[in-house]
Design a protein around this ligand. Structure first.
Ligand code: FAD
Length: 307
């Protein structure tokens, strides 16, 4: 019930100002956001590597309003990749990007987002790593998949995300389960209408399993993005049935969520990648994490009241 309300608030400027200024917010934000600066996130990359974890790094931000902001987003990723290169941390650290942050919703946004993301993908490839295009709300996906296909002509290892709550995704998965593709499957984190998406949790989970089966039996590289213990167990079983070795798929979870499970899967020999978000424009990312689990909202409310 609360989830859709919080997701609606994630697009409100008034709420953004209120939440950002509230005392106690920072304490809760810190659970999900790895830091505000490149230096802070580099420390997390090193700590993660020491624990046997890989990362995918997200410079938080989305829904920008000017081409200059889109260029600044591109430059923030280039700066990050430059630091990873200098420190020899290229492998094991991938990038995740939201095309809305690269200008996708502005005028001529498709071309602008492609022009801004290409240098990031090039720079990542030059240090031996890759980029995954996050999935945002359903109105952006045709453009995201077209950009993904375009980038893959020169950088076939570029990944993308698909969301099991959308009716379209089973067909997208069949198309994407081809040799060399890297596909992260998630349930989906946006407020979507019943005309395009399952609303019932059980339906979303069943679709997740069907789609994961397609990916596992396909020729690409499935990335299982979930904290759900049932889906993680099913993912392991589907990989076994498809005859996949441990390095032929991976698990992904978000920084700050079920951290013990990250370590458990890595200790079992699985490739475990932690989606690590950092930066100052954390509001949209943070609100989606609150929407996923109402208990987070209670924790947030309590920390605001007790400050
Ligand atoms: P759930 O059933 O929601 O959660 C299972 C259990 O995990 C919960 O019971 C709880 O214990 C724990 N948990 C889950 N979420 C939280 C939380 N916020 N706080 C505390 N505990 C929690 N969505 C997109 O739409 N596009 C993307 O590109 C995208 N990328 C993602 C990348 C990764 C690596 C991951 C893990 C998720 C991503 N998501 C993305 C979010 C995803 O769509 C879900 O909203 C989110 O993962 C919650 O679903 P779940 O599969 O973990 O299952």
């Amino acid at each position: 019930m609360l989830g859709p309300v919080i997701l609606a608030a994630s697009r409100s400027d008034k709420m953004r100002r209120f939440v950002s200024a509230a005392p106690g917010t920072k304490q809760v934000v810190d659970r999900f956001i790895a830091g505000e600066t490149v230096d802070q996130v580099i420390k997390i990359v090193r700590d993660s590597a020491d624990k046997g974890l890989e990362v995918t790094l997200d410079v938080v931000g989305e829904d920008i309003t000017t081409p200059e902001q889109a260029a600044a987003a591109r430059d923030a990723y280039l700066e990050l990749i430059g630091h990873l290169a200098d420190l020899g941390l290229g492998t094991g650290a991938e990038m995740s990007v939201k095309l809305s942050m690269f200008g996708q919703s502005l005028q001529d946004g498709h071309e602008l987002a492609l022009a801004n993301v290409r240098p990031v993908v090039e720079a990542a490839a030059a240090i031996g790593t890759t980029v995954t295009l996050d999935a945002e709300d359903h109105t952006t996906l045709d453009s995201m998949f077209a950009i993904h296909e375009e980038l893959r002509k020169d950088f076939p290892q570029t990944g993308c995300v698909i969301q099991s709550y959308l009716f379209r995704t089973e067909e997208d998965a069949r198309r994407l389960a081809a040799a060399g593709s890297r596909v992260r499957l998630v349930k989906g984190a946006y407020k979507e209408p019943a005309s395009v998406a399952y609303q019932d949790k059980a339906e979303i989970d069943k679709a997740y399993v069907r789609i994961l089966k397609t990916l596992m039996h396909g020729e690409g590289y499935p990335m299982i993005g979930s904290h759900d213990p049932r889906l993680i167990a099913i993912g392991q079983e589907l990989a076994r049935q498809a005859g996949r070795k441990l390095d032929e798929y991976e698990f992904q979870m978000l920084y700050g969520i079920r951290s013990d499970e990250h370590l458990r899967l890595a200790a079992e020999g699985h490739r475990m990648r932690v989606y690590t978000a950092y930066g100052t424009d954390w509001y949209g990312y943070f609100m989606r994490r609150l929407a996923e689990k109402p208990a987070n909202l209670l924790f947030f409310a309590r920390s605001v009241v007790t400050k």
